[in-house]
Every structure is written in structure tokens, then in C-alpha cells.
Design a protein around this ligand. Structure first.
Ligand SMILES: Cc1cc2nc3c(=O)[nH]c(=O)nc-3n(C[C@H](O)[C@H](O)[C@H](O)COP(=O)(O)OP(=O)(O)OC[C@H]3O[C@@H](n4cnc5c(N)ncnc54)[C@H](O)[C@@H]3O)c2cc1C
Length: 296
């Protein structure tokens, strides 16, 4: 593999076990993990790599289920070279490798409101851009102005929020890209104390209602129009239901959990079982919010 990979400044690791890098703590290995040194390094890699090499991006792995056979090709992980975050006049610019919570706390310190919800989402800005992450009545699209992204041929592009065609937990961009930077509106000024209090309230609320300290992937299914996925799961007896080392949380039954011994197959099988129950008993087709990646 090393022979066909471009000579980058960043780091390659081989046969890298993805269960070490994702929240669920399951999943096979990536043939190669690439941590680019910076944007130029990423662009160089994409331009020089063999055109048929598969490339996939991972952030904190908080919304993915990596299947047990792992991922073919190269998994790109944006780290230090993509974690810069700063405020410029009425805009906040963040690298795609920045943690959502760091962005929220930076905005709070500067007395800028609108980012509080991000403090409770355990991912990176890149993952949030891809998933249109949101909670407590806010979504990333509400505060976003534009993003910079690189396509898989190494062309750097800028997209406005309108061009990303966002909807609930979905980025509508048809082209496959790696997000590298985002620019947000930072014009809503409030006393920092008020902003910190709102963050504390959100964090406490989440702690109370969700199994945040477990091996999970967050909400398993999207909420169908006008309904709550957890209520449907509850109605078909999904709360606490288990299979192998996987179970649906007692605390919040739209969360699948690895109790410690689960395989990715256990988690996916249990999810599918409940999805089928909801369909056969309630006639509603739940859609996975968690991204299931790799060979089934
Ligand atoms: C306890 C818990 C609570 C959660 N609560 C919420 C919540 O309230 N609201 C919510 O929306 N989500 C929630 N999630 C899900 C998850 O945190 C978000 O979707 C988050 O935005 C994913 O970010 P990530 O960096 O972990 O992305 P990953 O999980 O690593 O990846 C998710 C997807 O984004 C893609 N991706 C990642 N980085 C990039 C990039 N730079 N360019 C292009 N594509 C990229 C990946 O290929 C994958 O398809 C929760 C998860 C957990 C574990």
C-alpha cells in the first residue's frame, strides 16, 4: 500500500483499528488512516493518490457505526492542522477538525450567542457540517454562512449555506467532498455569563435525559415528520431490548449502546429488528441517522 500512496508530510497508519477511534468502540480496521499535516498536504494527497483509491473522512466518530470488516482504502482524519478557530469582526471561522464544544466555548468567552447548542454535541465541525447537527431548536445551518471543502480530486471550493441544500440531519450536496473550514455568523452579542448559563442548562438537560457516558452513536433513527423516534421504539417494546452485546438504552430508547462486548453486527441487527417492528406494527419506516459504513 505504501508504494501507491503519495509522499505526504502528515502521517499514515496501516491496518488501523477503527474501534479505537469511534464512540461505539466497535468496527474493523481501515486499510490506511491518513492525518494530513495541513490543507496543502491534504490537497497534495488527493491530487496524487491513485484515482480508484477509496477515501472516506472521519471526525470524532460519534455518529458512525463502522462494520466489523472495517473500511477499504484511506480514512482521512482531520486533526491539529484543521483545528484553528478565531473570530473576525462579525464572523467566527473554525477548521473542520475543531471540536464543536470548543467552538461553543470560544464564542461564549467572546460574548457571542447562537453557538450554545454546539457545546453538547460530541463531534467535530466537519461531522456537524455533514450531518447538519443540531439540538435544542438549533441546527448548524442556522448559524452557517459558507464552508470551504476539497473534492476528491483535490480542488478547493467554497459553498454558501444555500448551496449545501440542508435539511433535517442531512447535507444535500451531491458531490463528495471533505469539509475543511466553516464560517459562521457571530453577530448576536450577549453577556458571557448569560451564554455560559445557557450552555450549563443544555448540558444538564442532556445528562439527565441521555446516556452520554456510554459507548453509543447518539440518536439511532431520525424523527419521522411530526413524530418522535423514541416514542415509536418504546411502543414496540424497544426500550432496554438487547441482542448480543448491544441494547437500546433504558434512559433514552433511541440510543443504541455497546454494553462492552458488542460487535458492529450486534448493534446493526438490533437496530434493524426494532426498525422492522416499528414498520410492521405501526406502519412507519424509520430511517437510520447513524451512518453505517463498511462492508455489511
Ligand atoms: C452521546 C451523543 C449525543 C449526540 N447528540 C447529538 C445531537 O444532539 N444532535 C446531533 O445532531 N447529533 C448528535 N450526535 C451525533 C454526532 O455527535 C453528530 O452527528 C456529530 O456532528 C458527528 O460529528 P463527528 O465529528 O463525530 O462525525 P463522524 O461521526 O466522525 O462522521 C459523521 C459523518 O460525517 C462525515 N464527516 C466527518 N467529518 C467530515 C469532514 N470533515 N468532511 C466531510 N464529511 C465528514 C463522515 O464521513 C460521516 O459520514 C450525538 C452523538 C453522541 C455519541
Amino acid at each position: 500500500m505504501l508504494d501507491i500512496l503519495p509522499q505526504v508530510r502528515g502521517r499514515y497508519t496501516f491496518d488501523d483499528l477503527l474501534s479505537k477511534h469511534v464512540w461505539f468502540r466497535v468496527g474493523g480496521a481501515a486499510d490506511v488512516m491518513f492525518r494530513p499535516a495541513d490543507l496543502d498536504d491534504l490537497i497534495f494527497f488527493l491530487k496524487e493518490k491513485p484515482s480508484d483509491l477509496e477515501v472516506l473522512t472521519l471526525g470524532m466518530g460519534s455518529n458512525v457505526l463502522i462494520r466489523d470488516k472495517g473500511l477499504k482504502g484511506v480514512v482521512v482524519r482531520l486533526a491539529r492542522g484543521f483545528a484553528e478557530c478565531y473570530i473576525q469582526e462579525d464572523k467566527l471561522i473554525a477548521g473542520a477538525g475543531t471540536l464543536d464544544r470548543n467552538v461553543a466555548f470560544m464564542a461564549a468567552k467572546a460574548g457571542i450567542s447562537g453557538f450554545e447548542f454546539l457545546a453538547t454535541i460530541p463531534g467535530t465541525i466537519g461531522g456537524a457540517l455533514k450531518m447538519n447537527a443540531g439540538c435544542y431548536d438549533s441546527e448548524i445551518k442556522d448559524i452557517l454562512l459558507w464552508v470551504k471543502a476539497v473534492d476528491l480530486q483535490g480542488n478547493l471550493k467554497t459553498y454558501t449555506v444555500e448551496e449545501l441544500n440542508y435539511s433535517y440531519r442531512k447535507c444535500g450536496l451531491t458531490e463528495r467532498v471533505i469539509f475543511v473550514e466553516a464560517c459562521f455568523k457571530a453577530s448576536e452579542h450577549k453577556p458571557a455569563k448569560e451564554i455560559y448559563e445557557k450552555i450549563e442548562k443544555f448540558l444538564a438537560q442532556r445528562e439527565l435525559t441521555q446516556p452520554t457516558r456510554t459507548k453509543t452513536g447518539g440518536s439511532t433513527f431520525k424523527n419521522p415528520e411530526g413524530k418522535k423516534a423514541w416514542e415509536l421504539i418504546d411502543q414496540v417494546g424497544g426500550r432496554g431490548l438487547s441482542f448480543g452485546g448491544a441494547c437500546f438504552s433504558e434512559k433514552h430508547c433511541n440510543f443504541l449502546i455497546n454494553t462492552g462486548t458488542a460487535t458492529a453486527a450486534d448493534i446493526e441487527t438490533l437496530g434493524e429488528l426494532v426498525r422492522q417492528r416499528v414498520f410492521s406494527q405501526l406502519g412507519i419506516e424509520l430511517q437510520w441517522e447513524i451512518m453505517r459504513l463498511g462492508e455489511a
